[in-house]
Design a protein around this ligand. Sequence first.
Ligand code: ZN
Length: 118
Amino acid sequence: MFKALDVEAQTMNRVKLGYFRLCLQREIVQCEQEIATLRSSVRLMTSRERGDAARQLSDLHVHLMQLEDALDRVNDGSYGWCLRCGSAIDPTLLEWLPYLALCESCSASAPPHLRQGG
Ligand SMILES: [Zn+2]
């Protein structure tokens, strides 16, 4: 049995999830474009620049993976909850870094690719 307030809270939640889904989809498109641009310009680069580009590309691939994982979590309903301890991730942090998979305290001890701000 739901009270009116609960229904409203759930609706808000769906709206928020939709919002984060859009953010993530937009970032995925951006990330894919950056990868494509970088790839197409590699043949015009010096070997030193190619080294930098390769590092950038692998960073972009990691980021793309984080975004796609986050989008999966939006779709399966686990988005916004810490993967390690299950507590809610601060929504203001999610607005800033929508791919976050861990809460603040867990990210401190997580492997680098799951940490905040990285
Ligand atoms: Zn946690």
